[in-house]
Design a binder for this molecule. Structure first.
Ligand SMILES: Nc1ncnc2c1ncn2[C@@H]1O[C@H](COP(=O)(O)OP(=O)(O)O)[C@@H](O)[C@H]1O
Ligand SMILES: [Mg+2]
Length: 367
């Protein structure tokens, strides 16, 4: 069986390290704190937050994913569904549904797990009172952790300022619940929590999630290989962490590829890396082709030029030359569109391609 996990949150034995962050988060959660968690994609924010909540006794976890949310009704419905999921007692569940009557709920059963599911009438819940009724239900619980994942996407809701203002007011009236806001688009998250014209200005403590301690993560990965009598040459896992910029999700993806091109009992060395790269590309080629096809000529040139310089650069003459774009302002525009698409991040004055495999794919396949 494949021992690596990627593209999903991990917990329990699959969760490595981060003891300090877990303690810190649990302390916030126990004291009805408000915290916002930022970090790159696939660094492990969602896993960290849910592992902290999972290992906290006697707490209900309201798990709301706001990815690509587009309207107030959508926000309200997702929150309401999460509240229903957090309630396990059947009698209390009926009480909850009464409280959500405005959303016209329909109860169902998940055929694979047997767990209750809830649906709402399309578009129902678009009024502020509906959101208020969902918060009223949360307020009845002695202790709850409300996790709002991909929170920055709320900025795509029309009239998001009013929605955020209402949310802030409702959160303030919850003395017994803690609120954790997670997000991967750092600038948008910082806008929400640090701009003095935002309703959430200074409304939460900040927790930045970085790499997992290298040695700890390396041992965790090595144990998975060794468990199948696959020995790993010294330094190999360090090299892999390096080429994945210590992003745990990317490291686990690469290890999956390495696993697939090797067999039990084999001694793994750097000689296996080219085949592992081929496997990584096979796993992602389709996705990368779609990305490229959806770029304008200048955006594509900008991305490829940036990849040619190792995936990161400031807006310099050298970058301009590498891209073949004629004018600096056109290049700046193209890069900012790429940033908007989540392909590139801007750190200070530097632009960086987020996905290390895309960098390598662009360089080896398209040059
Ligand atoms: N603590 C961890 N231990 C092991 N792997 C992890 C850990 N955190 C993250 N990962 C890896 O990263 C992937 C993405 O994690 P996730 O929590 O979804 O990140 P994010 O929410 O930051 O995008 C996981 O599927 C897993 O491969
Ligand atoms: Mg996440």
């Amino acid at each position: 069986m494949l021992p690596f996990r990627f593209g999903m949150r991990v917990d329990g034995n699959e969760f490595c390290g981060r003891r300090q962050e877990l303690d810190q988060l649990r302390a916030y959660m126990e004291s009805s704190g408000r915290v916002y968690v930022v970090g790159e994609r696939r660094i492990g924010k969602t896993s960290l937050v849910f592992e902290a909540a999972r290992t906290l006794d006697g707490t209900r976890v309201v798990d709301v994913d706001l990815l690509a949310v587009r309207s107030l009704a959508d926000v309200t419905q997702r929150l309401a569904a999460a509240v229903v999921r957090a309630e396990t007692g059947q009698v209390r569940l009926l009480g909850l549904l009464k409280g959500l009557a405005q959303l016209r709920p329909t109860l169902g059963v998940d055929p694979s797990t047997g767990a209750p599911t809830v649906g709402f009438a399309p578009g129902a819940g678009g009024r502020p009172e509906s959101l208020e009724s969902v918060f009223a239900l949360i307020g009845q619980w002695p202790q709850a952790v409300v996790v709002l994942d991909e929170f920055q996407d709320i900025l795509s809701v029309p009239d998001h300022a009013a929605v955020l203002a209402q949310l802030r007011g409702l959160v303030q009236k919850q003395p017994r619940a803690s609120f954790v806001y997670c997000g991967s688009l750092r600038h948008r998250m910082e806008d929400i929590f640090t701009r003095d014209d935002s309703p959430f200005f200074k409304a939460a403590m900040r927790l930045q999630v970085g790499a997992i301690d290298r040695a700890e993560f390396r041992d965790f990965l090595a144990a998975k290989f060794v468990g199948a009598q696959r020995s790993v040459a010294p330094g190999l896992l360090d090299d892999i962490c390096e080429l994945c910029h210590d992003n745990p999700g990317d490291v686990q993806r690469f290890c999956t590829a390495l696993w697939q091109v090797t067999t039990d009992g084999q001694a793994l060395t750097a000689a296996e890396l080219p085949a592992a790269w081929e496997m990584v590309f096979a796993m992602h080629a389709q996705e990368y082709e779609v990305i490229l096809r959806n770029l304008s000529a200048q955006q594509s040139q900008a991305l490829r030029g940036l990849a040619a310089l190792g995936g990161r650069s400031r807006l310099t003459g050298e970058l301009l030359a590498a891209t073949g774009v004629a004018l600096l302002p056109s290049l700046a525009k193209a890069l900012s569109v790429l940033a908007g698409k989540g392909l590139v991040v801007k750190d200070g004055t530097e632009y960086r391609i987020c996905d290390p495999f895309l960098i390598r794919w662009l360089v080896t396949r398209l040059s």
